[in-house]
Design a protein around this ligand. Sequence first.
Ligand code: C2E
Ligand code: MG
Ligand code: MG
Ligand code: MG
Length: 279
Amino acid sequence: AAKRHARGQHVFFEPGQQQDLLEQQFLQHQLAQAVQENLLEVYYQPILDAQTGVIRKAEALLRWKHPNRGFISPAVFIPLAEESGLIHPMGRWVCETVMQQLKTWDAQGLPEVAVSINLSARQFVQPGTIQNLLEQLERHNLDASRIIVEITESVFMQDHGVVEEQLSLLEEAGVKIALDDFGTGYSSLSYLTRFNPHYIKIDRSFVQQLDSQNTSTIMEAIISMGHHLNKEVVAEGVETPGQQEWLQSRNCQYLQGYLFSRPIPAEAFADLLKDPPDG
Ligand code: C2E
Ligand code: MG
Ligand code: MG
Ligand code: MG
């Protein structure tokens, strides 16, 4: 096993499809094991009220700490998990973990936050995903407003009937939707009217190019459109005070980014809630 392991590590950095495939299968196998051995962790990144700086929400972001490779990006392992179907038990585990965490923070008397959970397109249309989330909410006796579901435009490439069914289940239960990575897909504008998300999360690629005249014009248009459509706008990837000020002055409602905090473990997040930094 040690030999296989060493080889796996080696091929990770080499090009070539054959090796990529081996590497993928190897990682996939390790990921399955990591799930069983509880080696995944949910991190939380604060989302602040742009005007007051108060932490109102958090985004739950999955972390896999590999025993010898360190943190592996979800951008790498989520697609692997989707391919193997592991994404479904993983997703249930994320929801369960987040809800238990909310109950723990409540019991500690911390200020109430809502947590947004990412669901990939495959997860979203998988029968049972939404139902399970709603059952978990009920079992934990949590108000539907405590969970937000983040989806990307790729969801709308799926069967529209199925998507609409899942959306209406969430809507009936009172769980709000955030349209993530807004602006990076194709037909964002038509999806806004057809699927009626409560939040628009502007992709960080826009936020990070605010010093370009074209980008800032587009950003202004997105924020203003969001306001007119009665949506709340969240900017992700805020890294500088300049970006923060720009977004505040345009009345973007929520800010998220390294300027305030990276995604952090639950205990560290609780500390932030208890003792918010000045500013
Ligand atoms: P996302 O949902 O768009 O999450 C935001 C990503 O931006 C996170 O990357 C976060 O760490 C990063 N980020 C936040 N603020 C900043 C900033 O100021 N600067 C920069 N450079 N980056 C910032 P992360 O944690 O690596 O996650 C990547 C993607 O993996 C997520 O993108 C999401 O699509 C997916 N993902 C993560 N956790 C889950 C999960 O539990 N389930 C599913 N289905 N997907 C997940
Ligand atoms: Mg997200
Ligand atoms: Mg995003
Ligand atoms: Mg993203």
